[in-house]
Every structure is written in structure tokens, then in C-alpha cells.
Ligand binder design. Structure first.
Ligand code: GDP
Length: 465
């Protein structure tokens, strides 16, 4: 894969489709279900052109839109539309690709697809077009994932970041690390193999210094990737507190919609309610949990158990307390957690000023009223800060948890390499750590990824991608 990656950027096409083990021809409806002005059936593989020749009665011409009738086995027209033929290897998948642009009706698209399958194509699996693009070196794994992320973007900021990843911004940075690590390994191994050389790379600290630079830069890349992940996945925020503290009201106030049942009877929010809102392009997943309290009620006890489980999954916890209630026994349930903000709610009844209040139990505290909306602007600012959103996320690329995990693993091995060099002067062991760091980076771009991982990633795409 490595050479293919390099070639991809040099604009050179690498493999031809016939090298592929499963070079059959696939087809799928590429436009969303439902009605639209235009619907597209996409075909990829060696038989794309012959199939379309039979479908339309004439051979498609490369890279030039042609108006044709699409005909069934009896020669009756199914539809009329454009044929777009992109011969491999310079196509999206690297194979011969044909797009049939017909009218976007559910039945007409199904008939057109059925005819294409009848003529010898196989129905594509979810993500199979992108998978072929990846296998043919047209894009790496990060870019293939960016295709799915761009389509799935829920905010404009996320879409911009996905395009940047698709253009290779993330991949090129990772490739840069791969090259630097390769150089370092060459140095370390040269120092091991030729200890009598005049310059002892290991002894003069040069390799160690350069490895430290890699560690620092990798740390910065992890931070950028975290921002990217935030744009994609957002932040999970659990809202907890005693029944009647005002959790559902707060969820509604933030979401400005009536999803939770707000009543004055304690313990009505028995299940976990979820709501997604946007804060400057960052998706926030708000989770309203059942009240935290001892209870005999089976159903509610289950709710409390779920509340605690949600807490463990949450990036940030909002503990809602009634400002008019003197006791705060729920503090004990959250002891030891650091990602908590106390919200003193119902200040419209207690006349407390909205906004920043004195720290409680080591946690930041804000005075709000879910009912009047007082203090909610400060709360939104707090949530943004908790998200670690840096101002102007321009230049952020799209990243997934998988990517951050791989980067962290790589960084751990780089750190170990530094220890080996600095403390142990153990060149062989350092070289091995650098190799493992490269392996994790290769995992990220798909260079060394297992078939299982690839299968898992591409199968989460939808059909036609
Ligand atoms: P939950 O059980 O924690 O979800 O609490 P709810 O959101 O159901 O609220 C319980 C009661 O408190 C309801 O009658 C709300 O209208 C009321 N409430 C919630 N927030 C406020 C507030 O800021 N001010 C006042 N005055 N009442 C509130």
C-alpha cells in the first residue's frame, strides 16, 4: 500500500482493476431514496462499459455526457438520461465507472438498477465503491472515511473539516511523520550496525533530540485531531440531579423544544432522554438522566442505575440543584469526578444573581434559571470551554475516535523510544519502538490495517458510496 499512497499524491495511477481479486462489476443507486429531479445509478468494474452498451444500444464515450435511452430486455425504454463514463484508472474507484443519470423516482431507479444487474452487475455492498477506491490506491483510509463523514456532517464546520480530510490534509501530516520516523530508524540502525563510525548518533544525543521533536509534534497533531473529532462526534453531556431540580426544564431550555415531560411530581423522568443541540458548530449530545436518589420503585431504580452509567460515558456532567434547597446530598454521589459543573437552578425564586457562583466541592458553579433563561449564556460558554473548542476551528480536519487512538498509541511508542535512548542507550529497543509507532500510524491511513478493521469501517457506509 505504501507505494500506492505515494503514487496517489503524485497523481499516478497504480493498479489496474484486473489485479483485484474481486474485480467483478458492482452497481447501486447512488442518490438517496425518495423522489428527486435526478437519480443516479453508479456502476464500477470491468463490465461497466459492455453493460451500458447493451442498456443503451451504443458504446459510451469517455468523459463526455451523452443523452441515451435506457432500455429493458424487450427494448422498451425504462428512462432516458445521461451516461457519464469515467474509464479506469483515473476514476473515483480506479476502475471503469459509469454513472447513469435518470429521473429520480423510486420505481424508475429500481427498474434501471434491476436492468443493470440483469446485464451482469452485482449489487454493491455498503461502502464498496469507497472500498475499491481505497484498494486501488485512489485514496487512503482517512480520506475514505472523510467521504462518509462529509455526507454525514451535521454542521457546516464539520463539513468543512471533512473536505479538508478528504483533500488529504490529515493524511499528508501522518505521512510526514512516517517519513521522519523512517529516517530516525535508519539513523538508529546505522548507529547499531556501524558502532565504529566517527559520529556516534546515539551518544551525541542528536537522535534523541529529533525523537523528542517528533513526540512534541505528535502531541500537537493529537490536539488537532481531538478538535476534529469534536466536530464530528460532539460532546456528551449528562444532566443529573435530584428529581424536581429542573433537569428536564434545563434540557428543554437548551434544546428549545419540549422533548422531556416537565411536571412537578418527583421522579417523572424515568428513562434517559437525549437531545442534540449545536453550539457554534459543535454537536452537543445532552442526556437527561433519572434523578439520583434512593428509591424503592423498581422502574426508577433502573433509571438511577442508568443515570450512573451515563455519567461514566459523559464528557461533562451538569449537576442541577434547586437553589432553594439547603442540602446537596447528590454531591457525595459525584465525589471524585472532576468534569462536573454545579448549576444552581431556580434563582428566579431565590433572587440570586445569574452567572458565576462560588466554587462548590471543588467544582465550578453557575447560577441559572431554566425557566427564565437567566445564566444560560454563561452555561453555553462553559460548555464550549468544556468541549475544549479553540476559537476559529479553521484548519481543523475531520477525525474519528479510531484516529486519535492510533495517534496516541504511536505517541506512546515514540515516548518509549525516547526512554530507551535517553536512559538505556538501547538502540535496538528504540528502533523497535519507532517501528511500532509507524505501525500505528499505518493503521490510521490503512497502510497496515487488517481486513477485519477495513470490513468494519466500510460496512458502516451506506450503499452507493
Ligand atoms: P426534573 O425532575 O429535575 O427533570 O425537574 P423538572 O424540569 O421536571 O422541573 C420540576 C419543576 O420545577 C417543574 O414544575 C418546573 O416547572 C420547575 N422548574 C424548573 N426549573 C425552574 C426554574 O428555573 N424556576 C422555577 N421557578 N421553576 C423551575
Amino acid at each position: 500500500m505504501g507505494d500506492h499512497q505515494a503514487d496517489r499524491r503524485a497523481g499516478v495511477d497504480v493498479r489496474d482493476a484486473s489485479d483485484l481479486p474481486d474485480a467483478d462489476t458492482i452497481a447501486a443507486i447512488a442518490t438517496p431514496p425518495g423522489q428527486g429531479g435526478v437519480g443516479i445509478v453508479r456502476i464500477s468494474g470491468p463490465d461497466a462499459a459492455p453493460i451500458v452498451t447493451q442498456l443503451t444500444g451504443s458504446a459510451p464515450a469517455p468523459r463526455r455526457p451523452q443523452f441515451r435511452h435506457f432500455r429493458d430486455a424487450d427494448g422498451r425504454a425504462i428512462d432516458a438520461g445521461l451516461v457519464l463514463y469515467f474509464p479506469g484508472p483515473g476514476s473515483f474507484t480506479g476502475e471503469d465507472v459509469i454513472e447513469l443519470q435518470g429521473h429520480g423516482g423510486a420505481v424508475v431507479m429500481q427498474l434501471l438498477l434491476a436492468r443493470v444487474l440483469e446485464l451482469g452487475a452485482r449489487l454493491a455492498r455498503p461502502g464498496e465503491f469507497s472500498e475499491r477506491a481505497f484498494h486501488n490506491g485512489r485514496m487512503d483510509l482517512v480520506q475514505a472515511e472523510a467521504v462518509a463523514d462529509l455526507i454525514g456532517s451535521t454542521t457546516a464546520a464539520a463539513a468543512r473539516a471533512a473536505v479538508r480530510s478528504l483533500d488529504g490534509a490529515f493524511s499528508e501530516t501522518v505521512d510526514g511523520f512516517q517519513r521522519t520516523l523512517t529516517e530516525l530508524r535508519v539513523f538508529v540502525e546505522a548507529a547499531i550496525d556501524f558502532p565504529e563510525e566517527e559520529i556516534d548518533f546515539l551518544a551525541d544525543g542528536e537522535i534523541e533530540r529529533r525523537t523528542r521533536t517528533v513526540a512534541t509534534e505528535l502531541g500537537a497533531l493529537i490536539d488537532r485531531a481531538r478538535q476534529g473529532r469534536l466536530l464530528r462526534d460532539g460532546l456528551v453531556i449528562a444532566i443529573v440531579g435530584r428529581p424536581n431540580a429542573g433537569k428536564s426544564s434545563l434540557l428543554n431550555a437548551l434544546a428549545q423544544r419540549d422533548t422531556a415531560i416537565v411536571t412537578a411530581i418527583p421522579g417523572t423522568t424515568r428513562d434517559v432522554l437525549r437531545e442534540q443541540i449545536q453550539l457554534d458548530g459543535i454537536p452537543l449530545h445532552l442526556v437527561d438522566t433519572a434523578g439520583l436518589r434512593e428509591t424503592e420503585d423498581e422502574v426508577e431504580r433502573e433509571g438511577v442505575r442508568r443515570a450512573l452509567a451515563e455519567l461514566d460515558r459523559a464528557d461533562h456532567v451538569l449537576l442541577v440543584v434547586d437553589d432553594g434547597e439547603p442540602d446537596t446530598p447528590e454531591f457525595a454521589a459525584l465525589d471524585g469526578r472532576t468534569n462536573v459543573t454545579v448549576l444552581r437552578n431556580k434563582i428566579d425564586l431565590t433572587d440570586r444573581d445569574p452567572g458565576q457562583a462560588a466554587t462548590e466541592n471543588g467544582w465550578a458553579s453557575l447560577a441559572i434559571s431554566a425557566q427564565t433563561g437567566a445564566g444560560l449564556d454563561q452555561l453555553r460558554a462553559t460548555l464550549k470551554a468544556a468541549a475544549g473548542a479553540s476559537e476559529g476551528a479553521e484548519g481543523t480536519f475531520m477525525a474519528r475516535a479510531r484516529h486519535i487512538d492510533a495517534l496516541r498509541r504511536a505517541a506512546d511508542h515514540v515516548d518509549l523510544a525516547i526512554t530507551r535512548l535517553a536512559d538505556d542507550r538501547a538502540g535496538e529497543l528504540a528502533a523497535e519502538e519507532l517501528r511500532l509507532a509507524q505501525q500505528h500510524l499505518g493503521d490510521l491511513t490503512g497502510e497496515f490495517s487488517s481486513d477485519d478493521l477495513l470490513g468494519e469501517i466500510f460496512s458502516s457506509f451506506c450503499i452507493g458510496k
